[in-house]
Design a protein around this ligand. Sequence first.
Ligand SMILES: *Cc1c(COP(=O)(O)O)cnc(C)c1O
Length: 517
Amino acid sequence: MKMGECEATANFDTLRAACCGVIPLPGRLEPWMATACRDENLQELIDQFDSPLNLINTDPFIRNIAALQLVASELDVDLGVYFARKANKCLAFVSAAQSQGCGVDVASAQELQQVLDQGQPPGQVICTAAVKSRALLALCVNRGVTMVIDNVDELTHVRQVAQHQPRRAVIALRLSHFHHDGVRLASRFGFSVDDVPKMVAKELDGDKGRQIELTGIHFHLDGYSLQQRVSAIDQSLTIAAELQSLGHAIHFLDIGGGMPMSYLNSSSDWDRFWCELERALRGERDAITYRNHGLGHLVVDGRVVGKRDSYPFYQSPVQASWLCELLRSECNGSSLVSAIRQHKLQLRCEPGRSLLDGCGATVARVEFVKSAPEGYLLAGLAMNHTQCRTSSDDFLVDPLLVPTGVTISSQKRASAEGFLVGAYCTESELLCLRKLQFPHGIASGDTIMFPNTAGYFMHFLESRSHQFPLAKNLDMTRFPNQIARLDLIDTLANSCPPTGRPDSLTNCVGSIEHSLP
Ligand SMILES: *Cc1c(COP(=O)(O)O)cnc(C)c1O
């Protein structure tokens, strides 16, 4: 361990000491998060921009991209990284991707228009939106953005749109229902791998395909299984070869996102947490979650059943090592990477979450602390659960507590246990379902930091229910040497109707750039 790392670890330990789960799940932290926690202006920043406040940093993002590119160069494979920006809306990540020669994967007309307005070359953008309006398709065709086609209706609309445009539409096909381990990988998306050649013959060969250029094969699988991706790549290569032999200039294979990452350092913390949760559910120990919430598990006849409704916060391998292992996997007697080379294909991937590892944290003010008759504390934060949540049950990483309330609170800071509750008026509005320990207490005026929230947690579910404003996004990349600035997305959001037509956004971005401080 280098000296600097040693210091950083010590710093993190002090930070972590003020708050941890009854069964701890200490998160992986970046030095910049510790710097932000220790900064004397942290509270002032929250007062200025309101609570909660999303902090972002693009340095780890660039590091994560570089790690993937290093694997590609070591394995001698042509790799195109396309950042899936639905995982975080901040435009700082689009600029950072651009600075690294990376592409961007967009999931809506608004995302696309903003990316183009940022100067991203259209050839470096791919549109994978689940539902595509004709306006979105027209924008793609007009600007030369590759569209990933999901179904025959979409293909028909592309053809219609392209008839009125001087250039050909560039498309890739989304494949699904791959064969794996004797079953099909079910999906609501894409064309079944078995039906694709017939579909292409019917819809794209001869005159019908005149306005459309089929250039790539794409898939994006649910979950994080490496073996499923081996099967999907293998079957995609067969389809690519078949389509190439039919005269289609397939030149890339896009394996989508779902590259795993870890929020925790230790597999034993993760395993212990689930083991203790099961014991709690069976009544063998005190509850470790609010009202003994099962996070997807239930007890039936004394047995724990059901599936964890959570992201796998600890996994291994992850990120670049995972990609390396995937590409080195054997299939039909050769490695995937050599098969991809043999088919003369560029490999593309669309990571969202894993590129954002280390790139964000959400900070919020503790507004009140009260004792519940059950014997624990409830700490109320100026924040709601949609500001740090994805579609699964909970954020399973210990928050950090910064005792900024120490000077303004008259309450004695005694050791306590309890829960963080949020601003929506429902009984279930908890910011964290796990019971937390506060060895030095928690008081109004304190600051809570949820670490590593850039991937999905900040933005995927954020809502304006109760008319709360959306959280602001502050770019801390050059902080504290330079002042932290709001991300461009916050200025955009204020001046554009959220459902504005794509071309109306162009004017917005143009005018905003001039009015930035
Ligand atoms: C969501 C999504 C991604 C990104 O997935 P991550 O799990 O964030 O890496 C990539 N491609 C498509 C088509 C997606 O829907």
